[in-house]
Each structure stands twice: as C-alpha cells, then as structure tokens.
Design a protein around this ligand. Sequence first.
Ligand code: NAD
Length: 500
Amino acid sequence: MVSTRSTTSDPGSGPTSASTGIFDYAPAPESRSVLNLRSSYGLFIDGEFVDPVAGGSFKSISPASEEVLAEIAEGDAADVDLAVQAARRAYTRTWSRLSGRERGKYLFRIARILQERSRELAVLESLDNGKPIRESRDVDIPQVAANFFYYAGWADKLDYAFPGKAPRPLGVAGQVIPWNFPLLMLSWKIAPALACGNTVVLKPAETTPLTALLFAEICQQADLPPGVVNIVTGAGETGRALVAHPDIDKVAFTGSTDVGRQIAKTVAGTRKKVTLELGGKAANIVFDDAPIDQAVEGIVDGIFFNQGHVCCAGSRLLVQESIAEDVLARLKRRMTTLRVGDPLDKNTDVGAINSAEQLAKIRELSDVGEQEGAGRWSPPCDLPSNGFWFPPTIFTGVTQAHRIAREEIFGPVLSVLTFRTPAEAVEKANNTPFGLSAGVWTDKGSRSLWMADKLRAGVVWANTFNKFDPASPFGGYKESGYGREGGRHGLEGYLRWDAS
Ligand code: NAD
C-alpha cells in the first residue's frame, strides 16, 4: 500500500479516522464465488454467442487490480452488419408483430431475472468497472431492474401514452453506451426500445463489456426471440460502424460531447432518429439558509459517488460567501472519513478509476488546476499500489476562468467557487457550455423554484442530488445533448406517428 497525503494542512479537518484508528473497519469483501465468469466471450448475435468475422479480441481488466478478467471479441463493420441483419429479421418477423402485452411479458420476465441474479450482476459490475459494491448492489442493479419493470408496464399502453397518435415502432435501434454505469445505461437504452416494439444492436464500452454479456445470457434465459437484442463488443471503431450502418432507424448514444458531435455529423441528412446524452459540469449551489450537514452529504454524494464518473456529477460547488468557511471545514472533515479502496469491500465508499486513460486525464486536469493557482486538498488516504486510483480532491479559490471550472474532469475532483446573491449564483451556474443538471440547497421552497426556473439544466435537484427514478425524464440542454431518456418522454425517441 502507498499513501497519499494532503497537499495542504487544514486545522478544520481534525484527526482522521486513519490517525485515531477509532473508525477502522475490518475488511468485508463480497465473495466472487457467485460469478461464473468465462475466460472468453463472443459477440451476441441472433440469440447466440458467435466468433467475430475477423477474429479480433481485446481484454477486459479489473481497474482495481489490473487483473485480466476475460478476453472479449472485437466486432468490426462485418459483425455489425450481421447484427443489424439479425435485428431487422427479428423486427419484421417476430417482435413488431407481437402485441404490446406479449412484449411486456418478456420485459417483466427479464426484470425478474435481473432481480434474481442481482448479486451476481453487482459483483461483476464492481469487478469490471471499479465502482464500490455498495453502489452497484444498492443503486445500479436495483435501478436496472426498475427500468425494465417500468417500461414493461408501458408496452401495452402506448396508445394511452400518446392518445390519438397511433404510435408505431421505428425498427432497428443502434445504441452506444459509456463505461460509468454499464448495465444501468444498457437498461436506459434497451428497455424503452423493446417496449415500443423495436429491436436493438447495442455496443457497450470497451472497458466494461462484461455485464452487457451477462445480460445477453439473461435474454437467452428469458427465451427472448433471437435477434431482438444483439450485443456487439468493441471500441470506438465498432461504435462508428454501428452509427453509420444504413439499415438502422435510430441512434441512441450516451458518452462524451466530442463523440456526440461526430455522431451528429454522421447521421445528419439521413432518416435516422437520434438522441444524444452527453457530458456535464453541474453546479451544486448551497445558500446560507441551507441545512449545512445535509448539504455536505449532498456535496459528497454529488461528486464522490461512482468516483465522480457521473455525467450529472455536482463537480462545481457554488457556496454562498458568508458560509463558505464553515461548509469547507465540514466538507473536509467529512472527506477524511471516506474509505477509498477495494470495490468489492462492502465498506468502501470510493472505488477505482475506470481506466489508465481516465486516470491520466484526471491527473492532467488536476495539475492544470494547481498551475492555474487554485488550492488543492485531499484527505490523507491509503491508495492500493496496483490498479488506477485517485484520492477525493477539492480545489478552492477557483474562478470561472480556470479550466477545472469549465471542463468535465469525470473524476473525484470538486471545484469550489463562491457567490453573494442568487442572481450571481444563476449567472455562474449557467456560465458553461453544458446543461445537464444542477442542485440547489436552501430552506426556502420559493427560492428553489425561482432557481429551477432560471437554471439551464435538464434536471434540478432541490436539497438532494443524484436521485433517479425510471418515471422521471433525464437529458440535457446545450452541449449536454438532446432528447430525453426515462419516463414517458423516453418512449418518444423510439416511436413514430407520421404517415411514413
Ligand atoms: P466516449 O464518448 O469516449 O465513449 C462512449 C461510447 O462511445 C463508448 O462505447 C465508445 O467505444 C464509443 N465510441 C467512441 N468513439 C466513437 C465513435 N466515433 N462513434 C461511435 N461510438 C464511439 O465516452 P466515455 O469516456 O465512455 O464516457 C464518458 C462520457 O459519457 C462523459 O462525457 C459523460 O458525461 C458522458 N455520459 C453522459 C451521460 C448522460 O446521460 N448525459 C451518462 C453517462 C455518461
């Protein structure tokens, strides 16, 4: 074990759990014995695992230990074509002919299997992604099952959702997802698509393909007709081939704004319908009348949940000047109690950074923050010597001009800014090319509503942060993308009602 120490000493932070030993926890690792991990995985096309045409492969590793978990097939344009053909056949011959009620039964069945196999899925997600088992077990996997239950319920009620519009499915959806919530993003994509009568070809992220492949096994277990769900693993080139395929009717993408821009260009001028869920740089705004201890929990949850690999992370703390000192002291004290380490340990609060590339990006931007004059602070914390790790970090004295206040870091790094008036808070919060989410902490309901009205963000949380519900739509303004996922709105991206 190596140790990182705070870069500035802070009297407000007091003795740490590490130094007192009072709150030391014995290791409580979740067992891996529940997993039946294969050494290699093919592509899931037409209901079966098949070898890729060109025979390429890559490794999926555990970011916490760099252990190779499995060899994964690398799909190319020829494999994408086979998957799209399978999806088209399944759409024409079976799925679009089933009644909504029958489709709903399959989705309910998948949802129940997800619940039954939730422990297995949680362990695999934490192993492949690096997120704490506490989060995959208590947040990701329950939300995945909830999304399937929710959209199963809509499958036979589409006419009620859009009365008088006679909604019909689009056809084949090509879906590309990121690595931060691998199975959760899959559920956001596949559940509404299937409920509406579409078939899908999904490409998971190259660093986290394993739960999508376990989901493929769940589709087999649920007797889902072959070709309704196809999973093609690979990196950016595989995604590019999917997005460019001429026989898909819809592109659903979640990922970075740069790749989203490329995708928008690729599909421009085609008949493909598109939804883009992109990056963010959310403001978490704390007023002087807020319940401070609750707000501190919300700040911690907003930026350190999932190592800050969250598109809607509260990565900019805007705190009212009069309480800034108090909030920072309490925040630092709270941060000293965060346990960073083995994702499979049930006591862990902050797990591993997903990849060496992401770690390099977080380090680079953090170094820039220091060079630009912001004050950097991390609590004392022991980091494992193998794998990819970054301590929870805050930057104080940040201004709007700093890169760490403008660019998405996508890691456990918080930039702290101050404001004096609500108008200034709004101006600073909106001064970003992104517009995905925001948080407001105040005792006054009227102020929350006033702020929500003024903030250019798809989601505004009041006195909470990072709360999700399958029934609630989610999506961005500006460079955070377009289209909504979740809720009744999430159905619209997978339906048409024109005469075509
Ligand atoms: P990324 O854009 O690098 O990759 C996302 C996916 O796109 C991966 O599967 C990747 O293989 C694929 N891809 C890469 N290049 C491609 C191309 N040219 N054509 C098609 N597909 C391509 O993003 P990432 O690093 O995996 O994920 C992090 C980003 O995702 C962050 O910016 C985050 O904010 C965003 N995100 C957004 C939401 C949301 O709902 N708005 C949710 C989660 C993550």
